[in-house]
Design a protein around this ligand. Structure first.
Ligand code: D5M
Ligand code: FE
Ligand code: ZN
Length: 527
């Protein structure tokens, strides 16, 4: 290990040969997310993919179970469902245990901090938005800056950037003052502090957690005892963490604390000087028969009314259309089976939004752009279908609205958080978002459900702390706060699909979180 030039031995990575270059040249009408994933499957043996996906979740699979999974139509999806349902996860999962599960049930819930109660809508304001011009500064997003070439070296460089950037953040943490390299840590006999990228995370039979950690030169194992002070910590593959611990046995360090880059505890909301509001919506899924047209119309009508007179910004956090071929048997749910026709209809849906509201649109995993994240903005050909003045950004995107820092991310990685972290479920999106903020990373999981493009720099790192952090994707609802950051999940305008019913996902449609940019006060309007 000592001769390694970079923090990750990328050659061993199962997705090393990911045909990302296909994703970098999207052909939205022809290439769906499924095709993209199918591309990977040709590259890799399905058995290896299944085994490595299981390993990433800390589980070994009995060969008979692997045989069974490969015989299914969507083996990886089925595996993720199974892993979702098995709680606690054994070290080795057998076919018998899977049979005993019957139909997949959601993971048990662990209690998490509840979002504060939703305050009632404020009284109409006397400061109408028309007195203000929009003030939007884009801080960071990928459009026009993609560097992906699909070469193997891209992955090494991508992980090196992730490792170095998060290490630099971790070094600022008081708990990690005086941290040493893994090589030195292994030789010490008293308390040690060090930083590494998690190469593997698994549970031992006795319920302890065992991590394989690497830095530039060396690697070690970190044991998190199930009864120790760090027992509640869950590290996931490919995240960068700090460890405070004591050397235990040969090459193994016993963790006393896991340190994350996190948001400073003293962080506060930095508001605007002007009394304006931003409304957040996502997941319209226009083109689906389940698009809730009437509720959307009521929302647009509300935007034209007095109560909404301070709404200056309408931010759309992805999944504007339903797309084509995104989930199994989607064709049965589609009203429009042409992506352009779907976007034309979206454009009409936005037609009634007052001209003095600045609309900002990001793509999601159903939209007509490469699925690998970071996703660039919708193609110009699609942008042209919209009324003038709309702003199209990539996903994720960091920008400033009237002086307030906003980070928007559609939220695909929440699928991985739900599968990979106990206590995270689809109906508590704020818990997953809090985990992202603690890790200062929107999608730490590599090789899970979130396809990541190995850009030169890791765009999924949260390099500056926003005042507002918004996601969509899970079709839920949440408004809350984490260390001064207003966090919100912006619901949907699609009723439950049969696919979501099968996965136990209960949407909460037609709810709009709105943030007062001056005070940070957040409330929800229901339509
Ligand atoms: O995602 C809508 C919801 O469905 C969201 O909660 C994620 C969930 N979802 C999407 N794909 C899957 C798979 N493959 N398994 C389990 N749950 C899933 P949307 O992006 O709108 O389709
Ligand atoms: Fe969606
Ligand atoms: Zn989505």
């Amino acid at each position: 290990m000592a001769d390694k030039p970079s923090p990750r031995r990328r050659g061993a990575h199962p997705l090393m040969s990911d045909p990302i270059e296909k994703a970098a040249h999207p052909s939205p009408r022809k290439r769906s997310r499924k095709d993209f994933l199918a591309g990977n499957r040709h590259y890799l043996g399905m058995r290896e993919e299944i085994l490595s996906a299981a390993l990433r979740s800390g589980v070994l699979l009995e060969p008979r179970l692997v045989d069974y999974l490969t015989s299914l139509e969507e083996p990886l999806d089925r595996l993720l469902d199974i892993l979702h349902a098995v709680n606690p996860r054994p070290l080795v999962l057998t076919l018998e245990e899977v049979r005993a599960l019957g139909s997949a049930t959601p993971a048990a819930e662990v209690s998490l901090p509840e979002p504060p109660p939703v305050p009632k809508t404020e009284k109409p304001s006397t400061a109408p938005r028309r007195e203000y011009n929009p003030e939007v500064q884009v801080i960071k997003e990928i459009t026009g800056h993609s560097t992906c070439t699909g070469e193997i070296g891209d992955f090494a460089r991508y992980f090196e950037h992730r490792y170095k950037t998060l290490t630099a953040m971790l070094r600022q943490r008081r708990e990690l003052l005086g941290s040493v390299s893994i090589g030195r840590a292994k030789k010490m006999t008293k308390e040690v502090r060090f930083i590494g990228i998690v190469q593997a995370a698994k549970r031992t039979k006795a319920g302890h957690k065992l991590l394989q950690l690497e830095d530039e030169d060396d690697s070690c194992q970190v044991l998190i005892p199930s009864t120790g002070p760090a027992a509640d910590e869950y590290a996931v593959s490919d995240e960068v963490i700090g460890v405070v611990g004591k050397p235990w046995r040969e090459g193994i360090i016993l963790a006393e604390a896991i340190v994350r880059p996190d948001v400073p505890a003293a962080n506060v909301f930095r508001g605007s000087d002007d009394p304006l509001w931003a409304a957040f919506v996502s997941d319209l899924h226009v083109g689906s028969k389940l698009f809730l047209r009437e509720r959307w119309s009521k929302f647009v009508e509300w935007l034209n009314g007095k109560e909404a007179s301070r709404v200056k910004y309408l931010v759309v956090v992805g999944d504007v259309v339903d797309g084509i071929g995104v989930y199994p048997r989607q064709d049965e749910d589609l009203e429009l089976d042409d992506v352009y026709a779907q976007y034309e209809k979206v454009s009409h849906a936005f037609g009634g939004v007052p001209d003095d509201i600045q609309v900002i649109i990001l793509p999601g995993n159903h939209d007509a752009i490469r699925p690998a994240e970071p996703q660039p903005a919708l193609p110009v050909g699609i942008q042209k279908l919209f009324p003038p003045g709309f702003l199209f950004l990539g996903n994720p995107a960091a920008f400033r609205l009237h002086g307030v820092d906003v980070l928007c991310y559609h939220g695909r990685s929440m699928d991985d958080f739900v599968t990979g972290l106990p206590g995270i479920s689809y109906d508590r999106p704020l818990a997953a978002m809090t985990e992202m903020l603690r890790r200062r990373h929107l999608a730490p999981f590599y090789g899970g459900k979130t396809p990541l493009a190995p850009e030169r720099v890791d765009h999924m790192i949260i390099d500056s702390v926003p005042s507002i952090f918004a996601t969509g994707h899970v079709h839920g609802l949440g408004v809350g706060e984490y260390r001064g950051v207003r966090i919100l999940n912006s619901s949907t305008w699609q009723s439950q699909t049969s696919y979501q019913r099968m996965h136990n996902i209960s949407p909460r449609p037609g709810m709009v979180p709105i943030v007062d940019l001056q005070t940070g006060q957040t409330f929800v309007k229901a339509f």
